[in-house]
Write a protein that binds this ligand. Structure first.
Ligand code: TRP
Length: 407
């Protein structure tokens, strides 16, 4: 449940639909699922094995299994920090939309008015920066107070609620006039749109959505019970996370086409589209939706902040409250830059998913596939073919995709 809580977040509802829209629809979805099965799931198992076998944090685990690779820990921490910064901008947008929906701002809007809602928010630096600060501040308060006190209980309710809301949104969206074009876009693959960057984006998205490559899954696995099964934990998390993303795709894309929004609009896509759908859903349901997405986003953002704070406390001897404040300050600066400059935002997004998480994931696969004794790994994964996926397929695919993407 905790792993599913970390995995399900803005990655499913905001990032997946806009990635699909930027990279050609159905064909991208097929590549995405293939990446999940052949690369991300094996990496998930590798991270889990490292955590469960060492029972340590990312830094300590790498130090004890592969002392020479412990510097990868820095990459993971840097990645967590960068992701936290731009994730907070999107968390801030969710907060902004929650306030707007509380004021009844979406109900009964016309198509054209709905399309301009995002512009009026994005065009105001004061509004987007202050909403980002609210989201980051909430994240810092929860991490400062201790992660598992309240948020764990909240996410047990908010994730099922979010799931129902996304299904409901999909139903409304599919009934909009002109929605068929969006459905066609999601089910009829056009492989001519698939190039190197699209494959790299699919792999990066699946890492992002499953919280891989920065030590989140490693850390959570270090708390697993001895008799808990790595294969079923990873398999269920990936299955649930993917179903969530696919339904979100069917909630957003039909409305995108119905409203005549550009599918390749990028990070603003979902926020431009939701008002179109919510204009038909009354006053209460949008509030429920934005509350649920805010809690889902917080349950992900705290896991990013926690990685950096744990490092400052354990390795640098800082007091927890000081560490939280320091990271909050630094992330507020980078987050403000992301909030006002779309170029900074997309660079942070690109570097973390396409470079830093790849490095982390590659290191985890190589350590489990080549450094740990074969019997020890087989004890966890049971099947030889899973071991082969970790040892050969995942690392080769990561390197191949990274190289073709950079050329
Ligand atoms: N997976 C989360 C989402 O889909 C985001 C997330 C949480 C994350 N922890 C992470 C992404 C670590 C990358 C790395 O919203």
């Amino acid at each position: 449940m905790a792993m599913a809580g970390s995995a399900v977040g803005l990655g499913n509802i905001w990032r997946f639909p806009y990635m699909v829209g930027e990279h050609g629809g159905a064909a991208f979805i097929i590549i995405y699922i293939a990446c999940c099965l052949l690369v991300s799931l094996p990496i998930f198992f590798a991270e889990s094995i490292i955590g469960k076998a060492t029972r340590k944090d990312t830094f300590g685990a790498l130090e004890s299994l592969a002392p020479k690779s412990r510097k990868v820990g820095y990459v993971a921490i840097l990645a967590s920090f960068i992701i936290l910064s731009f994730y907070s901008v999107v968390g801030g947008w969710s907060f902004d939309y929650l306030i707007r929906s509380c004021a009844g701002g979406f109900s009964g809007l016309g198509l054209d008015e709905a399309k301009t809602v995002f512009a009026s928010m994005g065009g105001s630096p004061v509004e987007s920066v202050s909403c980002m600060l609210v989201f980051l501040g909430l994240t810092a308060m929860i991490v400062g107070a201790g992660v598992d006190k309240g948020i764990g209980r909240f996410s047990k309710i908010s994730i099922p609620v979010l799931f129902l809301m996304v299904v409901l949104i999909a139903i409304v969206s599919l009934r909009l006039p002109g929605a068929e074009k969006g459905v066609e876009y999601l089910v009829k693959p056009d492989f001519s749109k698939i190039d190197g960057p699209a494959v790299a984006a699919a792999l990066g998205q699946s890492f992002f959505s499953l919280s891989l490559g920065v030590g989140t899954i490693l850390t959570y696995s270090s708390y697993m019970q001895e008799d808990e099964n790595i294969l079923s934990a990873g398999g269920w998390t990936a299955f649930f996370d993917t179903v969530f993303a696919l339904i979100a795709g069917f909630a957003i894309m039909p409305a995108v086409f119905a409203a005549g929004i550009e599918p390749a609009a990028g990070p603003s896509l979902v926020f431009e589209t939701l008002p179109v759908i919510f204009s038909r859903m009354g006053v209460v349901l949008p509030v429920v939706f934005f509350l649920a997405i805010l809690i889902a986003a917080l349950s992900s953002s705290i896991s990013m902040l926690e990685v950096v704070v744990a490092w400052l406390v354990d390795q640098k001897g800082m007091r927890r409250s000081h560490a939280v404040l320091a990271v909050f300050g630094a992330a507020a600066l980078l987050g403000s830059a992301c909030a006002v400059a779309p170029r900074v935002f997309s660079t942070c997004d690109f570097i973390s998913s396409n470079v830093l998480m790849m490095i982390g994931a590659l290191a985890f696969a190589l350590i489990v596939g080549w450094k740990m004794p074969r019997e020890r790994v087989l004890h966890y994964v049971r099947y030889r073919f899973v071991y082969m996926l970790i040892r050969y397929v995942a690392p080769v695919m990561i390197v191949a995709i990274a190289v073709t993407n950079l050329l």
